[in-house]
Design a protein around this ligand. Structure first.
Ligand code: SF4
Length: 426
């Protein structure tokens, strides 16, 4: 239990020194606040600065600051202004990080003024609820994941059926929750005259018939339009909040690995090519976009340049002119997603409204990502960051790298399998 007098006494001693304070904790009534920075202003006042990892201010930041201000004013501190300090998305790192450019301070005093008066009554409501014997009845809704994922989801969502209306493709969540609470929790419970778009119709037909839906004409048209050799390409990227390499910005996607399967002719055996940015442990973590050995980018040029996605390729060219060798100078022709998949020309009920590779591959081919040490993009990014900037041993480095190579290769080999399976269905 936090002892109010002890906490406040400690913080008050620091207050009297009139120096900036980090995470100064105060208790007022039932509320405890610890702002990131308290900055002394003049002889008696303070500014609150809350530091966030976002690139703009959000409504929930204002609520944070309102609570902090409520507490600090409650113990007698004079608060002049409230700021959110967040990342500046326009910042481009060139050499050492310049903190004054990396961060932007936004004055949200007026927004805090608008809500701070309600904090006391909101706190009373919360204390009353916390004191109840039973948790209040609450319907699941948008609040379960906005602004943050609620940790009680596993409990509150366990009764949600697998094929609920919340899985309907491209549905507005608000509308889906309305259906859910109006007695149409399952997709098959939706009234037949519910207005839905073409893809949603396919999904509903699949659920009602419990069978995969195949549009053979559309599949044939898609498959006949493919020009060999086919290139199946996938990237893995990291997007750190603090740019770790030159000429990158906060949260910029930096590719560190790709996998490429090439099928030269119909029915041909796929050839695999891969690239993995050499991660070095601190302090010399090397930019994975930079040519690792001179011949490699040149050798891959003719295979890769036609396949790189336009936007990412353009980003690379801008960030790293020397990378032109690898990504080519012009637009990326003939590059497109596996259009038959997002268009639902094939759709299996187990896809649950998704056209992602992770959903389609097992539903269509029976193969998938089970038992893989790295089985999704987020884990892949974390793995690369750990072996590049963390304290990973050489053995862990090898293990993570092998898992990353296996995962990325499966992403592109999976696309080869999908095209083969679609071809059998046409
Ligand atoms: S998951 Fe959290 S937000 Fe959603 S209903 Fe349950 S307690 Fe409320």
């Amino acid at each position: 239990m936090i002892k109010r007098d002890a906490v406040n006494k400690l913080s008050c001693a620091a207050v009297s020194r009139r120096l900036p304070m980090f995470e100064a904790g105060f208790l007022a009534g039932c509320a405890y606040a610890r702002a990131d920075v308290l900055v002394p202003v003049g002889r008696e006042q303070w500014d609150i600065v809350e530091v966030k990892s976002t690139t703009k201010t959000k409504a929930e930041h204002v609520n944070d600051l309102a609570l902090q201000r409520h507490v600090y004013e409650g113990v007698g501190l004079g608060i002049r202004r409230c700021f959110v300090m967040h990342l500046n998305s326009a910042y481009v790192r060139r050499g050492e990080i310049d903190p004054s450019e990396l961060f932007t301070k936004t004055d949200v005093t007026a927004d805090v003024d608008d809500v701070v008066g309600d904090v006391g009554s909101e706190l009373k409501k919360m204390v009353r609820i916390i004191g109840q014997q039973r948790s209040p009845d609450a319907d699941i809704g948008l609040q379960c994941s906005d602004p943050y994922d609620c940790p009680l989801q596993p409990m509150c969502w366990k009764a949600v059926p697998k094929h609920s209306v919340l899985t309907l493709a491209h549905v507005a969540k608000k509308k889906a929750f309305q259906w859910f609470h109006d007695g149409h929790a399952r997709l098959q419970d939706l009234p037949r005259d519910t207005p839905v778009n073409a893809k949603q119709q396919i999904q509903l037909r699949a659920i009602r018939s419990r069978r995969a839906q195949v549009d053979r004409d559309a599949l044939r048209e898609f498959l006949d339009g493919l020009e060999y050799p086919l290139h199946f390409l996938d990237f893995e990227t990291i997007n750190p909040a603090i740019p770790v390499w030159n000429i990158t910005s906060p949260y910029q996607q930096v590719p560190f690995q790709f996998s490429l399967h090439i099928v030269s002719s119909p029915g041909g055996k796929p050839a695999h090519h891969g690239f993995f940015g050499r991660g070095h442990r601190r302090p010399a973590a090397r930019d994975p976009r930079a040519p690792q050995t001179p011949p490699r980018p040149a050798r891959l040029d003719h295979r890769v340049q036609r396949q790189l996605r336009k936007e990412r390729a353009a980003g690379l060219r801008r960030s790293l002119p020397s990378f032109r060798l690898m990504v080519g100078q012009g637009r990326v022709p003939r590059c497109r997603p596996l259009a038959a998949v997002p268009e639902f020309h094939y759709y299996h009920p187990d896809q649950c409204g998704s056209a992602s590779l992770k959903a389609v591959l097992p539903a269509l081919t029976g193969k998938g990502y089970a038992d893989m040490k790295i089985a999704d993009g987020a884990t892949a990014s974390q793995g690369f960051l750990r072996i590049t900037f963390g304290e990973a041993s050489a053995a862990e480095h090898r293990k993570v790298r092998a898992a990353l190579e296996k995962y990325c290769a499966l992403d592109t080999e999976g696309m080869v399998w999908i095209v083969k399976a679609l071809d059998r269905l046409r």
